[in-house]
Design a binder for this molecule. Structure first.
Ligand code: GLN
Length: 483
């Protein structure tokens, strides 16, 4: 039953053909059966069953929306009251938040049943999920391969059918890229649409919460419940609530899809290109027209991002000093020694690398040379998108230059790892919404995602374009072997 779509699950719950307790038990059994994938850091069996019983009561009274009783998983970057929030770090391995993130409280209020917290790259820094203190997550399509990162646990939990929906965050691609590499659908909304309150901060001007599900329709239902103004996040946008399912049925005839020529050039693997060509041909059959657009500064997105994100991270992570909360070294000689030992022990190698880069680019003498330059590039990149979106309704392109790579293949080479983010991070720098949908398979039968990028607040349009494709194709319904 748990493999059904959210709409089917909601109908079955409403019609009393299944209970939330039964669905939750099914989810917990799947999680237990796939422990080798290491998708979860914390599983909350007792809390989930209690929430499921409450959801069944609510269903019996006939109140609530489509998410009442639906099992879901949260990326472990979202604070959950009474349940560990580790952010994939030793620093927070024993941290239990005294409050819920905005996203968590909204989904709790919507009646969704949280079964646990998913594994992730430490402090959301990574593209492969190999940076977690709790060990790497495995890709269910091939357990020797990475699932993508940093929200790899959430992508795998959905791909392997442990939960129908999961939350994630995307600072430079962390929803879209694991969605692509695991064959699920994922959406990162416009910056400011989902509150960052209670979401452990990595790079605050880029971080944005979003949704994973098997289909665009299910993502639309989840996003409708997650999004909304929150006065506790100063960058939360005060806009009327949206129903992201409202435009799903609109036909695509006349839709202009822009293909950035820089995205279909050197560096894109031939098998990924072939799969994307097939998907774009399908869009043409659905009535869309394809136009070439240009993002001339997109190639500068990686250097700009890997200055801005570490700069913000070095500031955000300075709060972890062993004093207020988080890891504190057991032995130290004085206050300075306590700070330095706590941070040396609490943070992993990639987090330390980013803090060092961040403090360097912000330091006197280098600020103008690196940080200010990166901010100027950020503006140019946003202007490129604005110009391109004048010529088309949505932009389409790859998510990742290759399909999922082998565990260990890039972990010794940070620059190679950073380069894998080439197609996703420009979107965060511009603050635009982006979506990844399963669009085909590569040479080894591994999933390939197509990225759709829209103008500010064009989430409903992206979801519509993805939904129409999913009505005509079955890539999103394919399941990894033995799941
Ligand atoms: N791979 C990028 C990074 O390591 C993006 C991560 C993210 O979106 N959280 O920063």
């Amino acid at each position: 039953m748990i493999d059904s779509s959210l709409t089917e699950l909601a109908a079955a719950l409403a019609g009393r053909r299944v209970s939330s307790v039964e669905l939750t038990q099914e989810a917990l059994a799947r999680i237990a059966a796939h422990q080798d994938l290491n998708a979860f850091i914390t599983v909350d069996e007792a809390g989930a069953l209690e929430a499921a019983r409450a959801a069944d009561d609510r269903r019996a009274q006939g109140t609530g929306g489509p998410l009442v009783g639906i099992p879901l998983a949260h990326k472990d970057v979202f604070c959950t009251e009474g349940l560990a929030t580790t952010c994939g770090s030793r620093m927070l391995a024993n941290f239990v938040s005294p409050y819920d993130a905005h996203v968590v409280s909204r989904l709790r209020a919507a009646g969704a049943v949280c079964v646990g917290k998913t594994n992730m790259d430490e402090f959301a820094m990574g593209s492969s999920n190999e940076n977690s203190y709790f060990g790497p997550v495995k890709n269910p399509w091939d357990r020797e391969r990475i699932p993508g990162g940093s929200s790899g646990g959430s992508a795998v939990a959905v791909a392997a059918g442990m939960v129908p929906i999961a939350t994630g965050t995307d600072t430079g691609g962390s929803i879209r890229q694991p969605a692509s590499l695991c064959g699920v659908t994922g959406i990162k909304p416009t910056y400011g649409v989902v509150s960052r309150y209670g979401m452990v901060a990595y790079a605050s001007s880029l971080d944005q919460g979003g949704a994973f599900a098997r289909s665009a329709q299910d993502c639309a239902l989840l996003l409708s419940a997650m999004a909304g103004f929150d006065s506790r996040d100063s960058t939360s946008l005060d806009r009327p609530p949206e129903d992201y399912t409202r435009g799903l049925d609109q036909p695509l005839a006349g839709l202009r899809i822009g293909l950035p020529k820089e995205f279909f050039a050197d560096g894109l693997a031939a098998d990924v290109r072939a799969a994307l060509d097939g998907a774009l041909a399908e869009y043409r059959r659905l009535g869309a027209t394809l136009v070439e657009v240009s993002l001339p500064n997109a190639r500068l997105a990686i250097p700009a991002y890997y200055v801005i994100a570490p700069a913000e991270a070095s500031s955000n992570l300075s709060r972890f000093d062993g004093v207020r909360y988080g890891h504190r070294a057991a032995e130290y000689s004085d206050l300075q020694d306590m700070y330095s030992r706590s941070r040396a022990e609490g943070f992993g190698a990639e987090v330390k690398r980013r803090i060092l880069i961040g403090t360097y680019v912000l330091s006197h003498g280098y600020y103008d040379a690196y940080y200010i330059q990166a901010q100027k590039l950020r503006r140019l990149i946003a202007q490129d998108f604005a110009a391109a979106l004048n010529e088309c309704d949505v932009i389409a392109g790859p998510v990742s230059p290759t399909t999922a790579w082998r565990i260990g293949e890039k972990s010794d080479d940070p620059v190679q790892m950073y380069l894998s983010d080439i197609y996703t991070i420009a979107v965060n720098l511009a603050g635009l919404p982006g979506l990844s949908l399963p669009a085909g398979v590569g040479a080894e039968g591994l999933p390939v995602g197509l990225q759709l990028i829209g103008n500010y607040f064009a989430e409903a349009r992206l979801l519509n374009a993805a939904h129409q494709f999913q009505l005509a194709t079955d890539w999103h319904q394919r399941r990894p072997p033995a799941t």
